[in-house]
Write a protein that binds this ligand. Sequence first.
Ligand SMILES: [Fe+2]
Length: 180
Amino acid sequence: MILENVLNILDRYHARRVSDLSMSLARHLGLSEREVGLIGQGALYHDIGKIAIPTSLLESKDKFSEEERRLMQRHVEYGLSILSVYTGEVMEAAKVIVVSHHERWDGQGYPYGLMGEKIPLYGRIVAICDVFDALCSERPYKAAWPLGQVLDYIKSQSEKAFDPRLTEAFLQIIYEGAAV
Ligand SMILES: [Fe+2]
């Protein structure tokens, strides 16, 4: 895998979990195995631009100032810039995911404020899986949330941050998984 060294520096376990969840969601939505594979590979790179964000910010326990928040958001453009020299369908999928995984269904996301289905499907899929895994995990600024609380939050963000159809499908996957 190209850029393996960069993934090692970043949180590769988060990247892997987001990738696995994104593939499950894509499969559940009926996408072809080819597309499931592209999403899975591409999702590994969703936060690759964080390599260019100061560690002090990535590990900060404090609430971000407006300036820090804007700097953090630039991981999207840094990621695109890193990937721009690569070609091929996996890298094209990765670029789509990098640029769209912080867009929101209600148009309040970044970097473009795209709304609804204007946001590429791959980005809409990864957005839910990324938030889910971040909330389930410990972060420098927060403890891991209990699963029930995470699912309530995901549900509450249907039609706000997330595509409602994808939110429903995602919750179904988690409930099915949790029921096993
Ligand atoms: Fe991100």
